[in-house]
Design a protein around this ligand. Structure first.
Ligand SMILES: *Cc1c(COP(=O)(O)O)cnc(C)c1O
Length: 341
């Protein structure tokens, strides 16, 4: 298969339309078979549930080329399961988990010419999503839904090295206890836009959100979970029911324990103890880990010993090991890598 003529190493993170996308419709209580289509346009009624009451959920994952030239995706079964959880919380029909993985495989295979070559640092980003598509005016769940998967090539996340980020402890809340913080829903992002635009205007890269009930415990940023490294090299991640369960973070905790022999802890992390950590990073599909250099908490500056120039040593090791597993240079745990073609 001939690759598209794209300057892979200079791609950013933006939408580029590819050849095919997967579409399946839910009607009269059942999903249809689903098809690949060239039509990138969605046509829905003006009163569609998604447009009125934001009944929509999504996932994010990547396909890439391994060292031996195979196109693979990383743990798509976990995206399938998480999307099922998101659907249940928003009273949407679950898209069957095995069919979800099949839809991912079909979309990747149909757009194989857009999967960047090994070593480029670029990847094919996949966006599965679902929304209520029939007219809904009284507040209730839609009766009809559309599930789609599109693909778009994205560039290497760290161009010219991973620069540590500066975070602000936000005065806004991301998620309420017993709310929707643990599901991947557009509504969580809509309400975070004002907070992130404000943080950017003030010169920060990201917001650190605290728990909404007490404002004492670390939750996450708008789109990534936290990892901290203690001075005695333990890996700590915040535990909370209102955090989105990042697949990258769960994979990194496994890698820390099983590959690097580090002690790992998932527990409540108080903002007051953050100053005692040696390293800090943000985990998510996009970057795997972005190092954090500084966190500003209302005038108090917390600077990590790892500094503002590069990743700290333990976060670097975690990054290298997980990306090695993904790229096929380090043996993966059973079931982590799904070969597409
Ligand atoms: C998607 C997402 C993450 C990262 O999850 P991954 O599965 O690692 O990509 C973290 N936090 C939020 C709020 C998210 O939406």
């Amino acid at each position: 298969m001939e690759k598209k003529n794209i300057d892979w190493s200079n791609l950013g993170f933006g939408y580029i339309q590819t050849d095919k996308r997967f579409v399946s419709n839910y009607k009269d209580g059942a999903w249809d078979e689903g098809v690949l289509t060239e039509d990138a346009t969605v046509v829905i009624n003006e009163c569609a549930g998604v447009l009125q009451y934001a009944q929509t959920i999504f996932e994010g994952m990547k396909a890439y080329t391994t060292k031996d030239g195979k196109i693979v995706v990383f743990r798509p079964d976990l995206n399938a399961a998480r999307m099922a959880d998101s659907a249940r919380r928003l009273e949407m029909p679950v898209y069957p988990e095995d069919k979800f993985v099949e839809a991912i495989a079909k979309t990747v295979e149909a757009n194989a010419a857009y999967v960047p070559p090994y070593g480029s640092g670029a990847s094919l980003y996949l966006r599965p999503y679902m929304f209520g598509s029939n007219p809904v005016i009284g507040v209730k769940p839609a009766d009809e839904y559309q599930f789609r998967v599109f693909a778009t090539p994205v560039g290497p996340y760290f161009k010219g090295g991973a620069k540590p980020l500066t975070l602000k402890v936000s005065d806004y809340d991301r998620a309420a206890p017993c709310g929707t913080g643990h599901i991947k829903a557009g509504l969580n992002y809509a309400m975070s836009l004002h907070a992130i635009v404000t943080a950017h205007e003030e010169g920060y890269d990201e917001n650190m959100y605290l728990d909404a009930a007490t404002r004492t415990k670390v939750e996450e940023t708008g789109g990534a979970n936290f990892l901290f490294i203690t001075k005695d090299n333990k890996v700590v991640t915040p535990k909370s029911d209102s955090i989105l369960p990042s697949i990258t973070r769960r994979s990194l905790m496994y890698v820390a324990k099983e590959y690097l022999g580090l002690e790992v802890e998932e527990r409540e992390v108080f903002i007051d103890e953050v100053k005692d950590f040696a390293e800090c990073g943000l985990c998510g599909t996009a970057a795997v880990i972005s190092p954090v250099g500084k966190i500003v908490n209302h005038g108090e500056e917390i600077s990590f010993p790892s500094g503002m120039e590069k990743m700290g040593p333990t976060i670097q090791k975690l990054y290298d090991t997980l990306t090695g597993i993904q790229m096929g240079t380090i043996e993966a745990p059973e079931g982590w890598i799904k070969v597409i073609c």
